[in-house]
Design a protein. Structure first.
Length: 209
């Protein structure tokens, strides 16, 4: 009992160090994708041994960030689900709710693809892809979205477009809180431009309340 109580501060300290390292990695990798673990340790305010105790190599650190991003995206996707809403509004809810997660982890797109392979990025995006496919299928059935492409193929296209837009945010070519991307996605799905803008504006207002 006493030993367990004595260990708890050590566990809390370890959890705090791990969280600080991951938060620092999210920030610093966006500035310098080639930053070394030693440089990350200094930026996080921990000694090299502490960082390597949690993450024995760069791949382990990136894998932890990928897992964190996947959990965040799944949580945002679950919170954004609007099965009773018209499909265009449901898609807007999803896009606006998940954009902050993509924005937070956008540095992972290039770094993880390079270091861990494209499949790692695909696994992170899989829950979003499945949810969007379901929304698109419903919208096509209801006549809200075009039927030129099958739902899964259209979902893959919208996913690629989202990734491309996030990468443009990375380069500084685009500033967006998600609304511009959401309008673009709805238009790509077949919603007329004015209607897409109105839907996104209405959903954004609801989310900001």
């Amino acid at each position: 009992m006493a030993k367990s109580a004595a260990r708890e501060p050590q566990r809390r300290n370890a959890r705090s160090n791990r969280a600080r390292i991951l938060a620092t990695a999210r920030r610093e990798l966006g500035r310098n994708p080639d930053i070394t673990l030693e440089e990350l340790a200094r930026a996080a305010g921990v000694v090299r041994r502490t960082l390597f105790g949690h993450f024995p190599g760069r791949a382990a650190l990136l894998e932890a960030l990928v897992e964190e991003a996947s959990e965040s995206l799944q949580g945002a996707a679950a919170a954004a689900a609007r099965p009773s809403e018209p499909a265009d509004r449901a898609l807007a809810y999803f896009l606006l709710s998940t954009w902050p997660v993509g924005d937070r982890y956008r540095m992972l797109l290039a770094v993880t693809r390079r270091d861990l392979g494209a499949d790692s990025v695909g696994e992170v995006l899989r829950p979003a892809r499945d949810e969007v496919t379901a929304i698109l299928e419903r919208g096509q059935r209801d006549g809200v979205f075009h039927t030129h492409l099958p739902p899964a193929v259209l979902s893959a296209g919208l996913e690629a477009m989202t990734v491309a837009l996030l990468e443009q945010v990375n380069t500084g070519a685009l500033e967006d809180d998600g609304t511009r991307a959401a309008v673009a996605m709805l238009i790509a799905a077949g919603v007329p431009r004015e209607q897409a803008s109105a839907v996104v504006d209405a959903v954004a207002a609801t989310l900001s309340e």
